[in-house]
Write a protein of this length. Structure first.
Length: 235
């Protein structure tokens, strides 16, 4: 016969608050998972490896407890107890002995507006053999919504930062390049229209400044050439 219990050690203190011993308490794991269900709201399923369960014993115990013989439901394990009416929460098709010691997250899934995660961790006997596993379905809707809110905030912050970055870049380009090029175009238009007094101011030594200086030199040559046009006509 196979039985599972949760063992808890509580210290015993003397009058000087020194530990003089321990009391070991045990509770049937079937009752324990139902108590956990009431406290956490999570669902649990106790899986037993068929390697450690006698087939005839399982059939006999199912008859005694007036429950359905579920031996053939899964290839490698049987569901010994659960906190739900059906076995629908059990979504595991493998060897319980292969479950890592720290447990394993199996999947995330949605049901309506709620989000859940399925996980499993091993159960060992006194000899250290993995004889079963505890299957857990946890409602993570609160965490999932908080994660989505955080993601949305990050997206919003990123969009705002990119928008501000683009605005600053455009402002700098307008100040350092576009405005100065527009001034060159305005002066060139005035010179062609006969206003030979308009000048181009060289504001810096960058590439745009070199272009301003070159165009100012061209303007001076053009103005000087126009000034000598009457003399050339007389000749």
């Amino acid at each position: 016969m196979i039985g599972f219990a949760v063992r808890i050690l509580r210290p015993v203190y003397d009058s000087q608050s020194g530990v003089i011993g321990y009391i070991e308490l045990g509770e049937d794991i079937g009752q324990f998972i139902h108590a956990m269900k009431r406290q956490t709201g999570d669902d649990y399923g106790l899986l037993l490896s068929k390697k450690f369960v006698d087939r005839q014993f399982w059939a006999d115990s199912s008859a005694v407890w007036q429950r359905r013989d579920n031996w053939d439901d899964n290839a490698n394990f049987v569901v010994a107890d659960k906190t739900t009416e059906t076995d629908s929460i059990i979504q595991f098709q493998g060897e319980v002995a292969a479950v890592p010691g720290q447990g394993k997250v199996l999947e995330w899934f949605h049901k309506g507006d709620s989000a859940f995660v399925r996980g499993i961790f091993p159960i060992r006997d006194a000899a250290g053999n993995t004889v079963g596993a505890m299957f857990v379905v946890r409602d993570i809707s609160g965490f999932y919504l908080a994660m989505r809110r955080t993601r949305n905030i990050l997206v919003l912050v990123t969009v705002v930062a990119l928008t501000l970055g683009i605005f600053l870049v455009l402002t700098l380009l307008n100040r350092l390049v576009f405005r100065r090029l527009e001034h060159i175009i305005v002066v060139a238009t005035r010179v062609v229209g006969g206003d030979y007094e308009s000048e181009i101011w060289v504001e810096s030594d960058d590439e745009v400044g070199q272009f301003e200086q070159l165009f100012e030199q061209f303007r001076l040559v053009f103005v000087d050439l126009l000034a000598h046009v009457p003399e050339l006509q007389e000749k």
